[in-house]
Design a protein around this ligand. Structure first.
Ligand code: ATP
Length: 370
């Protein structure tokens, strides 16, 4: 299957509104599970619809394999049905006058698949998605979540090489959502389908994607594997958008960070020398360790005195709220805490777990910044 390549793609809907997508360069490689992740209105759906051909870019070009399907400078536009994307998951709208079985069967009929094979594929996919029992019903007789599963089944029945999915699990309850995620992941692994998946749910993106494209205000903020996005966020936006509980940010230039900012600054300067432009430090809650005895702090770690102000069990893990010289810091641990609220203790962080950002929020690489 071909790669999908976006070069300098722009979309302005007009009417004086800012561009929905700005200068987007993106490559979706063969067999990739790419999640477009970002807050509401950041341009994810617009991007997906442009790949599908349902929306025209106002700048740049889109290629599928070596074939240019959109080029604003060259006036090229290939309509959706000629993009050979397998099947585009355009909307969840089912045909109201067709039974569930015939809805799922629909794409196969269009492709003139022989009847016996059609029946087999339809019932296989309906079994997998747990909707066989509704086969004779009509869409209006199903709940929103059930309809979403029928829409997924209809799409999967034709075994497409590229799937474009826009929040396909949004109507499902938590349990079903988890099951469908596992199912999608399995389909991706088994069929090597290239998937472009739009979501605003970072957890969903982290569990499903091989690559995540994080977007904000129409711009690509970072493209990387889930681990890269989480562990080496390219900027403050990515660092703060991904992660729950959110990353601790210590503003180094602002007084509200108090003594913690001074200690962090001192520690970083001792390790790296003067870092030009250093503006803030981000520390994931899991990287914040808590101990009552300072002897337990490993050599070389960043440490600060902390008072425990809250312990919140979250079922299998705990969020510990700390006060460090008047500044709140959150720690997450999967080991039952032995400390209590009010305890005077220490927090410590391994140096590699300090994410350094400049005054504009861009990641600083100390080696390069030196
Ligand atoms: P959501 O998660 O809420 O669906 P999104 O990230 O998918 O958001 P888009 O739907 O791509 O974002 O919208 C990006 C921007 O473009 C928004 O400001 C939106 O209001 C605007 N927009 C989207 N579709 C149109 C349209 N048909 N006409 C005018 N503006 C539009």
């Amino acid at each position: 299957m071909p790669n999908i390549t976006l070069e300098g793609v722009q979309k302005n809907y007009g009417g004086g509104a800012p561009s929905a997508v700005v200068g987007l360069d993106l490559e979706v490689r063969d067999g990739e599970f790419m999640c477009l992740l970002g807050p509401s209105g950041c341009g994810k759906t617009t991007t997906l619809r442009m790949i599908a051909g349902l929306e025209h870019p106002t700048g740049g070009s889109i290629r599928i394999g070596s074939r240019v399907v959109d080029s604003v400078p060259d006036g090229i536009y290939v309509p959706p049905e000629k993009r050979e994307l397998g099947l585009v998951f355009q909307s969840y709208a089912l045909w109201p006058h067709l039974s569930i079985e015939n809805n799922v069967d629909f794409g196969l009929r269009l492709r003139k698949v022989p009847r016996a094979e059609r029946e087999k594929r339809t019932s296989d996919v309906m079994d997998k998605l747990g909707i066989s029992k509704y086969r004779k019903r009509y869409p209006s007789e199903l709940s929103g979540g059930q309809q979403q599963r029928v829409a997924l089944a209809r799409m999967l029945a034709v075994n497409p090489e590229v799937l474009l999915l826009d929040e396909p699990l949004s109507n499902l309850d938590a349990r079903l959502r988890l099951e469908m995620r596992a199912e999608l992941k399995r389909i991706h692994e088994e069929f090597k389908t290239t998937i472009v998946f739009v979501t605003h749910d970072q957890w969903e993106a982290m569990t499903l994607a091989t690559q995540i494209a994080v977007m904000s205000e129409g711009q690509l903020q970072q493209l990387g594997s889930p681990d890269e996005i989480y562990e080496r966020p390219a900027n403050r936006f990515v660092a703060e958008f991904v992660g729950n509980p959110p990353i601790n940010i210590i503003e180094l230039a602002r007084e509200e960070s108090g003594g913690l900012a001074l200690w962090a600054m001192q520690y970083i300067t001792d390790r790296h020398g003067e870092l030009h432009g250093l503006g803030s430090v981000g520390i994931r809650p899991e990287a914040v360790h808590v101990t009552r005895a300072v002897e337990n702090v490993p050599d070389g770690a960043f440490k600060a005195r902390a008072r425990i102000t809250g312990i919140l069990p979250t079922g299998g893990s705990w969020i510990i709220e700390l006060d460090v010289a008047g500044r709140k810091v959150f720690s997450v641990t999967s080991l039952a805490p032995t400390c209590s609220v009010g305890d005077e203790s220490w927090l410590w962080v391994q140096p590699a777990d300090l994410n350094l950002f400049d005054g504009d929020g861009t990641r600083l690489n100390p080696q390069r910044a030196l």
